[in-house]
Ligand binder design. Structure first.
Ligand SMILES: *[C@@H]1O[C@H](CO)[C@@H](O)[C@H](O)[C@H]1NC(C)=O
Ligand SMILES: *[C@@H]1O[C@H](CO)[C@@H](O)[C@H](O)[C@H]1NC(C)=O
Ligand SMILES: *[C@@H]1O[C@H](CO)[C@@H](O)[C@H](O)[C@H]1NC(C)=O
Ligand SMILES: *[C@@H]1O[C@H](CO)[C@@H](O)[C@H](O)[C@H]1NC(C)=O
Length: 713
């Protein structure tokens, strides 16, 4: 009998697109870091109000950009921004900021150059404090966050979660209004607001008793599309890779940014599709140029009271006001289709750059995003954003200007990263965009069996625990958005603490056991993928068609011993997923206490900014169980050419700031980044497909719209 080794301790690394966690697990930060952490959180505190801290007020009143010009490396940026401030050609405070609006972005880029080029942390910080009360708060938060992620001396500093800085992008206007009222009344008048109750010292607003959650067409999956952490995740990824940042000064191109752009959108789409199927919603609608059936009513308001634009049902794209935009979309998409069919893109000199190799997915991604690292962003333009203005029904064609120069816009949810996933149109646009990538993939040859095989490893079977999902309540602190009264602003504290109770999908912890036999001892890469088994009509989806529906669930490096062994992996070890981000208030308390000698402040990767929300790893499934397929694939481990977090010292950052996130040199999503045929799968000993059932367990206390049982035709 073969030797059975229980090799769970032989884990080389426990992460997904990530570093060997076990090697650099955590770090206790020093005094200087703690001070910087506290300083940074002060910048984000009650962002709509002026700074109340006396020492900071002093900086606001006395600092001068030009007098400090020798403290920045980019003198141009200092002069330009100082001039903007002097002549007040800035996006004003209190209005929506849109990074997709040219002049808003222009200011953001100069501000980035200014803050990034500060020679030391003190200059960076003073500059930020000085501008904090003077410039648009949306622009400020966005740019300061991007700078914090990319400056070498701020790696690892915790940026407060965006849903605590700007709760009104995550909760409907009814909730935000109620919160403002409570803020004034305190706990005194709770009984007058049936949607609220007191718990500990907090006033809790129940999401489910606002009229809002029941007024939407796509209501059955809003627990997914409106998920606060999911939307924050999408925002965070864009903080790491802003489309306007790159080139030589910030070599984000090293991170395979184009490939990543494709991959995480594919991940989100495949995840969304499984959620639709779980609720019997059918295929993601095709987006054409005629009529969009599904409308979207965000029910949210901007801070200045203006509601987010609404798209009615049966939205007709054949309207005179869209002619211009639709023409652009057709033209820009055509340029990309042509490049795919011809096998090359043109750079700005008109030279051909081949996209016929598998690695060219990275070029194609940069071209489609039209980011600054695209070979030619002036020819291959950003049609995705044009789609967003049209489908968002954005009030963009009736511009009002500040100082006759800065457009005041009312962007739709689609045009903010932190709200884009809410609108079903997001997935329709992206289905169309991913279609371009699929067209390109079809020009590549099928994978040869030798490329996919790892003959020394045989997967004998895969066992998966019962997969169970359920709804639970979760709580978000919205206090930071509320107005401060006289006492609060003098003492710089919050007298009332207001939190919002919302439902979220979650799953029970599960374990996957892969029974393998190996002839050689070596590190391997193990991947788990999840896909639906049946489409919305109840037909089984053939593997080569299903390829694009596979969601990469987990990925890790494993030290394979000789002989038979069980690779045991718990869902809690997942390398992509995190339990959530620490509330800003908690980070502040911990850092502040540690700074004053009470306790330690430990950095680890469990709160990293690009973590996918763990509670959404599994789709809801159905009450009676719903079949999915789990695909396990084991390949030879090839270390990444660009080592993990290599833009900065990984010992310092632990990969919490920016920097490459790859543990392996394999293409993202390999081997499902090209159609995989059943006959190929049948010949591979290192690939195993197993049916799994996801069962949804009802929790009567948590009321959330969804579809329990679906009976396919
Ligand atoms: C300096 O800032 C200006 C204005 O934002 C920008 O155009 C320029 O590229 C920056 N230079 C460097 C070296 O970053
Ligand atoms: C909201 O949820 C609570 C339990 O948390 C429940 O008692 C109440 O009936 C629900 N309200 C509505 C309108 O569904
Ligand atoms: C919410 O945040 C505020 C600070 O903005 C804090 O005073 C309050 O204690 C927090 N509430 C909870 C429940 O953590
Ligand atoms: C990071 O830490 C490891 C182990 O402590 C050390 O060997 C390595 O030299 C460090 N890297 C840098 C860049 O300091």
């Amino acid at each position: 009998m073969a030797r059975l080794v229980l090799c769970t301790v032989a884990l080389l690394a426990a992460s997904g697109l990530a570093d060997p966690i076990k090697k650099v697990p955590h770090k206790v930060v020093d005094h200087e870091f703690l001070q910087h952490q506290v300083d940074v959180l002060n910048l984000f505190y009650h962002i709509h109000e002026p700074i109340h801290e006396p020492e900071l007020k002093e900086i606001v009143n006395t600092f001068d950009l030009e007098k400090n010009i020798e403290h920045y490396t980019n003198v141009t940026a200092v002069k330009m921004y100082a001039e903007f401030v002097k002549s007040d050609v800035l996006v004003p405070r209190g209005v929506p900021f849109s990074v997709l609006e040219f002049s808003h972005r222009f200011e953001a880029e100069v501000l980035y150059d200014l803050l990034y080029s500060a020679k030391d942390f003190t200059t960076f910080y003073k500059t930020a404090v000085y501008l904090r009360n003077r410039i648009n708060e949306g622009l400020f938060v966005y740019v300061v966050s991007v700078v914090l992620l990319h400056r070498p001396d701020t790696q690892g500093i915790v940026i407060p979660p965006i849903y605590e800085v700007f709760p009104s992008y995550f909760h409907n206007a009814e909730i935000i209004n109620t919160a403002q009222r409570i803020n004034t009344h305190g706990k005194r008048m709770i009984e007058h607001y049936p949607s609220t109750y007191v718990h500990d010292d907090n006033v809790v607003i129940r999401w489910n008793s606002t009229t809002w959650p029941y007024h939407n067409n796509d209501v059955a999956v809003t627990y997914f599309t409106h998920d606060v952490n999911l939307n924050a995740f999408y925002y965070n990824v864009h903080l790491m890779y802003p489309f306007w940042l790159g080139n030589d000064d910030s070599p984000l191109v090293k991170d395979r940014r184009g490939e990543l752009f494709w991959f995480y959108h594919k991940q989100i789409l495949s995840r969304y599709y499984m959620e639709r199927l779980s609720n019997g919603l059918g295929e993601i609608p095709e987006l054409g140029l005629d009529v969009v059936q599904q409308g979207y009513v965000p029910g949210m308001s901007y801070y200045n009271g203006i509601p987010f634009p609404v798209r009615p049902n049966h939205f007709n794209l054949d309207q005179p006001e869209f002619v211009n935009a639709i023409t652009k979309i057709i033209e820009y998409e055509h340029r990309i289709r042509e490049a795919i069919d011809k096998g090359y893109v043109l750079n700005h000199l008109g030279e051909h750059i081949s996209i016929q190799t598998p690695e060219a997915v990275d070029i194609l991604g940069r071209v489609i995003e039209a980011n600054v690292d695209s070979p030619n962003p002036y020819y291959y333009k950003d049609f995705i954003s044009v789609w967003k203005t049209v489908l968002g029904n954005t009030v963009w064609h009736k511009h009002h200007y500040h100082k006759g120069l800065i457009p005041l816009v009312v962007p739709s949810v689609l045009e903010h990263y932190q709200t884009a996933l809410r609108d079903p149109a997001f997935y329709m646009i992206w289905k169309r965009v991913l279609g371009l990538f699929t067209t390109w993939q079809k020009y590549l040859p099928e994978y040869k069996l030798e490329k996919l095989a790892l003959p020394s490893v045989v997967i004998k079977s895969v066992e998966v625990d019962k997969l169970v999902t359920y709804f639970e309540h979760t709580y978000f602190n919205v206090t930071n958005d509320l107005h401060m009264n006289e006492h609060e602003s003098k003492a710089v504290v919050d007298d009332v603490s207001v939190v919002v109770q919302r439902p979220q999908l979650n799953h029970k912890v599960f374990t996957v056991r892969v029974n393998v036999k190996s002839e050689v001892e070596k590190p391997v890469l193990v991947k788990f993928f999840l896909a639906p088994k049946y489409d919305s009509k109840g037909y089984e989806i053939p593997l080569h068609v299903n390829t694009e529906n596979f969601f990469l669930l987990d990925q890790f490096v494993y030290d394979m011993p000789v002989g038979e062994c069980v690779i045991k992996r718990e869902s809690t070890e997942n390398g992509f997923a995190i339990k959530g981000w620490t509330p800003a208030y908690e980070v502040y308390e911990k850092a502040f206490n540690a700074l004053h000698g009470k306790g330690q402040f430990v950095l680890d990767r469990t709160h990293r900014i690009d973590g996918f929300p763990d509670h959404l790893l599994l789709p809801k499934g159905r009450v009676g169980g719903m079949p999915f397929v789990l695909l396990v694939y084991i390949s030879e481990y090839q270390p990444s050419k660009v080592p993990y977090a290599s833009n900065f010292d990984p010992n310092v950052s632990l990969g919490l700031g920016s920097g490459a996130r790859y543990m392996t040199d394999e293409p993202l999503g390999f081997p499902l980044n090209r159609p995989l045929y059943q006959w190929q799968a049948d010949h591979l000993s290192n690939l195993y497909i197993q049916d799994v059932y996801i069962t949804h367990k009802l929790v009567p206390e948590v009321v959330v719209p969804h579809v329990e049982e679906v009976h396919p035709l």
